[in-house]
Design a protein around this ligand. Structure first.
Ligand code: ZN
Length: 237
């Protein structure tokens, strides 16, 4: 019953979202059938937020090798070009790569976005905490992030989001807007790193699956709203 109630509320905000099992079956099926990739030789990388709540989402695809973890706070690929290079070198011979990326957002049964009930906590908490923190800081018009060694990822995340600040604050759902903006940033970075590291790959195909992870509660499956599925021919980049 709860699963069905959640399904409705998730689809009010993200009409195309699929639950964990549908996501893995759908995209692994596409890789195998439409693109004739050998699923037994795929190394996965993730670029999702460090938050413990996302660990189950990366098991959507646990038949694959990996994951190589590229993401830090907010899901930005903080491992950078060196991380992409290392990942490229670890792919099975005659295999292929799969990169799963995107930000995450909590949702409660009351329809509150950016919040969730975490395991064994009575009160709701922020999800994504890093993005909701950035949002609350952006609401102070005098605020500017300052890059520093001791809070590098959060400051870099906020700096990357600065060009979207007005759009986010003017939106009628700022929690959703900051998540969408973060998706754009991650999507672009993944493509940039792929292109700059293309000569490091000894295989031809890289499957990309990007979107927004929606964290639910009560031990129910997370959902995934896919925004990009593509099988890239590395040599053509
Ligand atoms: Zn997060």
């Amino acid at each position: 019953m709860l699963q069905r109630k959640f399904d409705k509320i998730v689809k009010d905000f993200f009409p195309n979202a699929k639950d964990a099992k549908d996501t893995s079956i759908h995209y692994l099926g596409k890789m195998q059938i439409e693109h004739e990739l050998d699923i037994s030789k795929v190394l996965m990388a993730t670029s999702v937020c460090s938050d413990d709540i996302n660990v189950p989402s990366t098991t959507f695809f646990n038949v694959l090798f990996g994951p190589f973890i590229m993401g830090g706070l907010g899901g930005l690929p903080f491992a950078g070009q060196t991380g992409m290079t290392a990942f490229a070198h670890h792919i099975p011979d005659q295999g292929s790569a799969f990169i799963f990326y995107g930000p995450h957002i909590g949702l409660t049964l009351d329809g509150e976005l950016g919040k969730m009930y975490r395991p064994r906590q009575e009160e709701t908490g922020n999800s994504c905490g890093a993005l909701m923190l950035a949002l609350s800081r952006f609401q102070d018009s005098g605020y500017k992030p300052v890059l520093n060694d001791d809070d590098y990822q959060q400051m870099k995340l906020e700096e990357s989001l600065l060009p979207y600040r007005e759009e986010i604050l003017d939106s009628n759902n700022s929690q959703k807007a900051i998540t969408e903006a973060t998706y754009e940033i991650i999507h672009k970075k993944i493509h940039d790193h792929l292109k700059s590291c293309k000569n490091e790959f000894h295989v031809d195909k890289v499957t990309l699956l990007g979107g927004i992870i929606i964290n639910t509660d009560y031990g129910l499956d997370d959902y995934f709203d896919a925004r990009n599925f593509e099988v890239v021919d590395i040599k053509s980049l």
